[in-house]
Write a protein of this length. Sequence first.
Length: 154
Amino acid sequence: MAGELFQLSFETLKAWATRQKYEFSENAQLGQLAIHYQLLGQPAPLMVIPQADRGLLMLVMRQPYQVPEERRAEVARACSLINSQVFMGACVINSQTGELFFRVSIPMIDTQYSDQGVLHVARIAVGTSEKLAPALKAVALDGADPVKLLNAIG
């Protein structure tokens, strides 16, 4: 199937992750995968979340810490600066919980993908998360200025 095209679903994405030889956990009830990964030396799985009702697949990588409440406004500012510079995906902070993540969404309706196509999107989510992790942590936990974050994505 590696050279064939497939529609995105929980089952086809699970088969894709298996073909890639990724270690992953699954939640069949929610139809989600968690590809085991690390950021900043801590577990930070790449979440593969089909949202059939919206016709989208989201690949989400959460930073492995909670943003303290007093730093959430500055991190939101950092996310806004990042989002003005990236070509695909979005940096998002949940202002209620302090969860900080980078997500990429792609259509599931009337579209088929190859293994390489899904891998490309996964690499965007992971690569961007890795590139931003040190600077985002500095803003979130060390009080760094978000404007200086732009240097990290340049």
